[in-house]
Design a protein around this ligand. Sequence first.
Ligand code: SF4
Length: 140
Amino acid sequence: MDVLNKILDLLMFRIGTEQTENGKVTPIVTLGSIAWGILLRSAIVIFLSFLFMSLIENRKIWWISFLVLWAFAAYPGWKQYLFYKKHLQDVSESTLCGKCVHFDETGQLCKLYDEHISEGYVPCGGVDWEPKPFEQDEND
Ligand code: SF4
C-alpha cells in the first residue's frame, strides 16, 4: 500500500498531507514533488499515446498527444506551482520559520531538524530561530 500511496502522491504533485491546528488537511507540495508529478504524468501520457497510435494506425492525429500532455501534465503542474508559491508566501508571512535562516523554501523544511514545517508546527519551538540576513529576506 505504501507504493500505491507514493504513486498517488506523485500523481497529485504532493509528498503527503499535513493536518493544521484547526483540523484542516492540506497537501505538502514542493518543487521536487511538482517536477516528479509532471514527469510521471508525462510518462503515462507518452506510453498511452504510443499504445493508442499503434491501435488506430492513423498517425495524422499525433497532435492529440500534445493536447493531452498539456491538459494532463503541464497545466496541472503549473496550477500546483501557483498553489506552491501562494502556500510558501503564506508560510513566510505567518510562521517563525519563514523568516529563519535554516528554512529551506524549495523543500519547505527546516534544514537543522530535517523536518517539514507547517503553520501550526515549528520543529524547534522557536529555540533555534536565527533571522535571515537582510539581503536574503529582501529577495524572497
Ligand atoms: S531552526 Fe526553528 S525556526 Fe528555524 S526553520 Fe528550523 S524549526 Fe523553524
